[in-house]
Design a protein around this ligand. Sequence first.
Ligand code: TXA
Ligand code: MG
Length: 340
Amino acid sequence: MLRIDTVVENIEVGSASVDIIKQAARIIKSGGLVAFPTETVYGLGANALDEAACAKIYEAKGRPGDNPLIVHINEGFELVRLAREVPPGAQALMGAFSPGPLTVILPARPGIFAHGYGDTVAVRLPGNMAARLLIHHAGVPIAAPSANLSGSPSPTTAAHVLADLDGRVDMVLDGGACKHGMESTVVDFTDTVPKILRPGAITQEMIANVIGKVEIAGCGEAAKSPGMKYRHYAPSAKMTLVIGNPASVSVKILELLGQSDAKKPVILVPTGDKALYGEAPIMLLGRRIEEVTANIYAALRRIDELGHDEVFVQGVVESGLGLAVMNRLRKAAGNNVIIV
Ligand code: TXA
Ligand code: MG
């Protein structure tokens, strides 16, 4: 397996890196699988127009066949090749936030297969330079889910990809750590009112500022995005998420820790609240919500790597970017959530 060890998301994308990206593009064109960096998480890419290549994605990830793929495109790509229509709201939103961490669900053209769901298609124009060069040189749209085994946390480094998929992909492009560290915001434009199916770095507030009314899908409805109904992002350790103001949360977590018979428990804590936990074993997530977001998947993986058998997580405020973080933490905790 070939790898790039340089950070290619750089203005000065060196010619060596471009050569390797061209090699990756050839693999995509010939029906292979390439894991590549994006600004959200690493993707596991295949030619979106090649049904057999897309089938390999499902096999490599162990992904349920009813969970459709996002199609990654480049600037200048004619959306009408994939979509029956592009509602004005979707156009405005893409105008504002693409390239970037945004996916829109559009009515699909007939005949759009593996990556289509019912008669809809998910489209995203990533911002990461390596991803865009890859799509450009491949000359085809690239279908890509997150490059993890189904059920485990999304990969935010090439090492995470290899930990899950080594031997199952033809190539991994190493572009360093992902900027956002959280998957794109998915907005459905196939209903009367646009709906956020998966919160992400493009927040509800940012979307409302551009298109006015936007709803957030409730738990039941989230099944409209099939991927949201599965337990996800979960460490093997038993996980409890505690929500409330930090002082009360820490009291509750320390109480639970005292009652726990785990051999190697750990607490995930935003750095600013570290003093609340005294000598208890903690793992710090970073100060600002952007840092917590970027670190959360690596932390969930680290829990298992370090052999922790139980984890308590201090929830964050559930607005803005915090909504996306809590959406993933609730899933990781399998709804084992305590509100204080
Ligand atoms: O940031 C991202 O979106 C990353 C990078 C690689 O682009 N990709 C990603 O893909 O997170 P994946 O497959 O792990 O998550 C895509 C989500 C799933 O919940 C899937 O069910 C949903 O989007 N989805 C895809 N196509 C859909 C469709 N046509 N209708 C509704 N939901 C769809
Ligand atoms: Mg995923």
